[in-house]
Design a protein around this ligand. Structure first.
Ligand SMILES: *Cc1c(COP(=O)(O)O)cnc(C)c1O
Length: 741
């Protein structure tokens, strides 16, 4: 059994907790009461974290399940407790409420808030059809289907009950206008996902609003079914409103309070509209709508701004919501539109409301997600340049470090306390422990074998399907006859790439010149596996074409390299596959067009496991790259130019950046195959240089400084310790000494 942190709980029964809103399972009653009390008391100035998506699948981070395993499994006299235990040990462990990096970041952030004992609650939606489930057919490409899942039997998710009608679900009312300008009421059930600390002594609740219930109007039910469903603009606009306009009614109904609203992207920004309206009612009285002036609105917005912290996550246009004014006048009352006229107007596009502009205007702090992204955002929004700051993203180290690696870290004296404090990796003198590199190597090999076995099992299953059905599986290797050449072998240099398929991420960049790529391998007899995964938004036709191109390249690459290169596509990318990939590959590839990858987080997950990155100088890598120590860089890294922000295919620099990759690749392969000990040093250096910085404990600590929370002294001390690990917003960031200051 893995020596995890000690937990101050004796039996599973202790984890049952109840409140006016039902009974839950995961933390002892006193913990539950303490957290709820903090979230309901204005003195603690809690944070409401609002995000369209939250990715926190319980299959890859599960403190409660670990505890139950240590306890020896399903033992309890109490039938209710036994049901919960069964759910945790056997239940489905996916909560498909995320599409990619934004959601996973939200989940990782909330886990760190729980570890740091922060008074935070999150608000998001519950999507009955998830984002989508991905099937991949080698002729058709990506096929999307509704995700089948059942929140009722998913561990760590609980539907709140109505305190006045025990046993009945709590039904939240969210006032709306419909497209005929008629007042109407949306109804939502409220689910609580508990993000529980490793020691089971704290939690951060995430409230997921489920609007797809019979008492909601049909247009609301439909808009709530799938994350980012965009069958029509009005559906998209409504989905955003269902998030933002639900925040205040939710907090009031649950008796929770907040000092700060953190908008994780602008999707939920209609909450700002409601804060402004409330402020107007407070200052001008209930009839404010008929007497308010523009000046009154701006003054109310200034008041609302004091409570809002906003994080912008991308310079890519598609990430910023704009809606036609004509559409919005149909679904919002006249006062709402007057506020938007003043605050969401966009001189470049006068017929639209620009919700990024709205979020930019009304807040007390704007954050970008890396230093380079800060500079790009300042260029994009020069009006707000002064207030745009950097808080570089991180990942939750306890979630993303593989079990095999964690076991090594637990057994290394120099790393004592790493679970509590990822900063330990920066101080540990790992190079002085002669046994450490060897043990790390063993763990890496183990993770590589697990990944290769997963892929081989998939290929064999697909081969069987191809032989017995009309399904045309996505991989060329499963079309080959079983035997030599149709599977992968462990120990072969493996490059991983997995993320959303957006055109700016250029998944196909390194296959721009397959003959050149094949030549590099043939000349040296180097074998390489390329493992790719990721989803394209169902309406993103160019993104889907890139995915199809990956499939189409497989055969040519295999043939030209005489089987040395094997390109695999793994369908159904999710957090579990991500964790297996980032720890099982030998390098993590990131090939976006600079500077469109604002941060990127999958590379940080690789770094947490010591896996070196092979990346364009974009997003976090500008900060995480140390020459000769943590990995490699390639591609254009000059200044931001007039067409740098364009996604037009002609501006995507395929020629230039792929040539740069082909120049670099032989050096990487030579190191791996000819000097494995030096390759291993890269891993140790990643642990030392990047784990202390690119983790969400450090990131959370930087955000906590912006939240103006009042913290208990011991929590304050811990937070300060993490904040000292790094200063994302340091000005002199080209100077590595300043970075460490
Ligand atoms: C980490 C993660 C992402 C984000 O990857 P990027 O490199 O930031 O694009 C997307 N999807 C899943 C499932 C992830 O785990």
């Amino acid at each position: 059994m893995i020596p995890k942190k000690s937990v101050n709980v004796d039996s599973a029964e202790e984890l049952i907790c109840t409140s006016r809103f039902g009974s839950f399972f995961g933390v002892p009653q006193p913990v539950f009461d303490r957290v709820w009390q903090a979230l309901s008391s204005p003195e603690s100035r809690p944070v409401a974290y609002v995000s369209m998506e939250i990715g926190a699948d319980p299959d890859i981070f599960h403190p409660v399940q670990d505890f139950l395993r240590v306890q020896g499994g399903a033992k309890s006299e109490n039938p209710a407790c036994l049901r919960q235990i069964e759910k945790y040990l056997r239940g489905p462990r996916k909560i498909p409420n995320y599409s990619g990096g934004l959601g996973v970041l939200a989940g990782d952030t909330l886990k760190s808030f729980a570890d740091l004992h922060m008074p935070v609650f999150a608000v998001s939606l519950l999507y009955r059809e998830g984002y989508f489930s991905q099937l991949v057919d080698s002729r058709v490409g990506q096929i999307d289907q509704a995700t089948q899942w059942n929140p009722e039997n998913t561990p760590s998710l609980f539907r709140l009950e109505d305190p006045d009608k025990p046993g009945e679900p709590l039904e939240l009312t969210v006032p709306f206008f419909n497209e005929y300008d008629h007042p109407t009421e949306a109804k939502a059930h409220v689910w609580m996902k508990m993000e529980i600390s490793e020691e089971l002594d704290y939690f951060v609740p995430e409230f997921l609003l489920d609007y797809s219930i019979p008492s909601s109007p049909p247009w609301v039910r439909e808009a709530g079914l799938r994350l980012y469903s965009s069958k029509s603009d009005i559906m998209k606009a409504n989905q955003r409103r269902m998030l933002g306009s639900g925040v205040l009614p939710l907090a009031e109904r649950l008796g929770l309070t907040f000092g700060t609203i953190h908008l994780n992207e602008q999707h939920g920004v209609t909450v700002t509209l409601h804060l402004i309206l409330r402020q107007l009612e407070k200052t001008l009285g209930p009839n404010c709508r008929s007497c308010m002036s523009d000046k009154d609105i701006l003054a109310a917005a200034d008041e609302a701004a004091k409570r809002i912290v906003y994080t912008i996550h991308t310079p890519v246009k598609a990430g910023h919501d704009r809606f036609a004014r004509s559409l919005y006048t149909g679904i919002s009352h006249a006062t709402g539109c007057r506020i938007l006229d003043l605050l969401a107007n966009d001189p470049e596009s006068p017929h639209e409301y620009n919700f990024t502009a709205f979020a930019m205007r009304v807040n007390r702090a704007v954050n970008s997600v890396s230093r380079l992204h800060r500079d790009v955002t300042r260029k994009q929004f020069p009006e707000f340049a002064d207030k745009i700051r950097a808080v570089t993203n991180g990942v939750h180290h306890l979630t993303w470090i593989s079990e095999a690696r964690a076991r090594i870290f637990d057994n290394t004296d120099e790393l004592l306390g790493w679970r509590d404090d990822p900063g330990i990796f920066g101080e540990a003198r790992l190079e002085e422990d002669p046994a450490f590199p060897g043990r790390l190597k063993q763990a890496w090999e183990e993770d590589n074998r697990v990944l290769v076995a997963y892929v081989n099992r998939m290929l064999s299953e697909h081969r069987a399907l191809a032989e017995t059905t009309w399904i045309d599986p996505p991989n060329y290797l499963s079309h080959l006859k079983q035997g030599e050449g149709s599977l992968l072998s462990p120990g072969v240099f493996t490059i991983g790439f997995a993320r959303r398929f957006s055109t700016y991420k250029r998944a196909d960049l390194i296959f721009e010149d397959i003959p050149a790529l094949a030549d590099i391998l043939l000349q040296n007899n180097w074998r390489v596996n390329f493992l790719f995964a990721g989803k394209a938004h169902p309406q993103d036709e160019p993104g889907k074409s890139v995915l199809k191109l990956i499939l189409d390249n497989q055969e040519e690459l295999y043939r030209r390299s005489k089987g040395l290169a094997r390109l695999i596509f793994i369908p159904g990318y999710d957090m579990k596959i991500a964790k297996m990939m980032v720890s099982g590959v030998h390098t993590w590839l990131n090939s976006p067009k600079r500077p469109l990858e604002a941060s990127g987080t999958s590379g940080m997950k690789a770094a947490m496991n010591g896996v070196p990155n092979l990346s364009v100088m974009d997003g976090w890598w500008v900060e995480g790259y140390h020459e000769g120590q943590t990995g490699w860089k390639f591609g254009y890294e000059g200044p931001i130019r007039h067409d740098s922000l364009s996604e037009d295919p002609a501006t995507l620099l395929y020629g230039e950046d792929s040539r740069s990759f082909y120049e670099l690749l032989p050096k990487v392969l030579e190191l791996f195959y000819a000097r494995p000990d030096e390759y291993l040093k890269l891993a140790v250096n990643n642990l030392r240089l990047n784990v202390p910085i690119f983790n969400t404990h450090r990131m959370a600590a930087e955000y906590v400084r912006k939240y103006e929370l009042r913290l208990a002294p011991e929590t304050e001390a811990r937070v300060l310790g993490f904040a000292r690990l790094y200063k994302s917003d340091s000005c002199d960031w080209t100077n590595p000494q300043a970075q460490q200051a």
